[in-house]
Design a protein around this ligand. Sequence first.
Ligand SMILES: Nc1nc2c(ncn2[C@@H]2O[C@H](COP(=O)(O)OP(=O)(O)O)[C@@H](O)[C@H]2O)c(=O)[nH]1
Ligand SMILES: [Mg+2]
Length: 113
Amino acid sequence: MVGFPNAGKSTLLSVVSAAKPKIDNYPFTTLVPNLGIVSYRDNRSFVMADIPGIIEGAHDGKGLGLRFLRHIERNSMLLFMIPSDTENIKKEFDILLNELALYNPELLDKKEF
Ligand SMILES: Nc1nc2c(ncn2[C@@H]2O[C@H](COP(=O)(O)OP(=O)(O)O)[C@@H](O)[C@H]2O)c(=O)[nH]1
Ligand SMILES: [Mg+2]
């Protein structure tokens, strides 16, 4: 999961897996990725990673961005989380994409949701 701080990433992980990430209404409650195993039909499962929030300038190290972006490289699919009440959803998505691209353009070759 990739998103700004406070997008609801940890909350989603907490309801689809047994992981108990810290959830709070302030940015950067998550300083290391939280991992959860998500089970679905036919006894299958996958690992979901709640990556700490990415902000504009993360590729430059803002908000511990480089430490967080590094973790994204290890995932095979990216789920972009943007709150539905965000004023400009497209702009927020573009900022996230741009931070990933500036850090490592190959990140954008991954499957995105
Ligand atoms: N209204 C609303 N609040 C949410 C939702 N998901 C999470 N929150 C709240 O948003 C805040 C940030 O959530 P969190 O999961 O910690 O976000 P993260 O920083 O992306 O991990 C918390 O106060 C959550 O309770 C949602 O779907 N709707
Ligand atoms: Mg979190």
